[in-house]
Design a protein around this ligand. Structure first.
Ligand code: SF4
Length: 331
């Protein structure tokens, strides 16, 4: 396998947070890492809401492989699969809006050893146990979703993990799609692209079309051109884009020029659909603000003018706004 050339992994660890959901299956042991020392100005275990009102908590890191099922505004009722080690946020990005908080030990921490990632067989076993439990309760899910508290494609055996999940899905819930939520940072790896092609749905992040904005919003030094080149090689990709701003304008991917660059990138990628939304949970950066529904609709309209399908999440749209033709009445 080619040596990964992704950005330096971003790692943060937390001890168990009160109220965290119990895991269906235990993950391999992870060395007890030192608690992350947060910069005074950036993130904490709690985060003030963007409206400056009540204080809400960041999400607890997962304790194992399985979480949920949860109801997602984009994916329906979804069984979550966390591929990063328990209690350890591991991501190549450090997004200002991350609901799991900052990843600010990244540049000092080394990647966890192979034995600390959940093995493909352990992932398959955990998914099978969860699906049997759900069926025994007479419940159902709409999707199996690889996501969790980090970037799932950073798993060193991602392709084997995908194969294990597919086998369990085919055996127990054939027809239920397997989706992935990814930040698209690893697409220069052939093995990752091959694994993604084996999945049914690929929801890939792209919050900006220029490197400077990407850096301020997502905390990555990856050039946007590299991400776009990787996305162009995937078929049937859905682009998910989070729009945010802060009071100072230091973080803002909603400006007109920024949107022009982003739409230009989308035109190169040719996704099957684009999903735009804004924060609805406590973000890592406590002074991040929601984007207004009006601006989200304007952004979506720019995408539609470029000939691409675009959905706005969290904001009701009329059929006309969404570009949906009214039903034809029979004569
Ligand atoms: S890519 Fe996802 S997990 Fe990683 S920092 Fe951004 S929001 Fe958090």
């Amino acid at each position: 396998m080619a040596t990964p050339t992704i950005a330096a992994p971003v790692v943060v660890s937390r001890t168990r947070t009160a109220g965290a959901k119990p895991a269906a299956t235990a993950s391999p042991a992870v060395p007890r890492a030192r608690a992350a020392k947060k910069p005074a100005s950036r993130g904490a275990a709690t985060s003030k809401s963007h409206n400056g009102g009540s204080t809400t908590s960041l999400l607890a890191l997962h304790e194992g492989i399985i979480y949920g099922p949860i109801r997602s505004r984009r994916l329906g009722r979804s069984l979550g699969i966390n591929l990063t080690p328990a209690h350890l946020k591991l991501c190549s990005f450090n997004c200002s809006y991350c609901q799991y908080g900052w990843s600010d030990q990244s540049r000092r921490a080394s990647a966890p050893a192979l034995e600390n990632w959940p093995a493909p067989a352990a992932v398959g076993k955990a998914v099978a146990a969860a699906l049997k439990s759900i069926a025994a309760q007479g419940d159902r899910i709409d999707r199996l979703t690889l996501a969790g508290h980090g970037e799932p494609t950073m798993h060193p055996k991602f392709r084997e993990v995908v194969a294990a999940i597919r086998k369990v899905r085919d055996d127990l819930v054939p027809g239920v799609p397997i989706a992935v939520l990814s930040n698209a940072s690893t697409l220069d790896r052939d093995d990752v692209r091959a694994a993604l092609a084996d999945l049914d749905e690929r929801y890939m992040k792209l919050d900006a079309g220029d490197t400077a904005t990407l850096r301020s919003v997502n905390g990555t030094t990856l050039p946007v051109e590299r991400i776009v080149e990787g996305l162009k090689k995937l078929r049937g990709v859905v682009i998910q884009s989070m729009f945010v701003k802060d009071r100072t304008g230091r973080i803002d991917n909603t400006g007109d020029l920024t949107i022009i660059n982003w739409v230009t990138a989308l035109e190169k990628i040719k996704p099957s659909a684009v999903q735009v939304y804004t924060i609805d949970r406590a973000p890592a950066f406590p002074y991040l603000q929601q984007v207004t529904p009006v601006r989200l609709k304007e952004i979506a309209q720019r995408v539609r003018v470029a000939g691409l399908t675009c959905h706005v999440f969290g904001v009701p749209e009329t059929a006309a706004e969404a570009g949906i033709a009214p039903p034809v009445r029979p004569a």
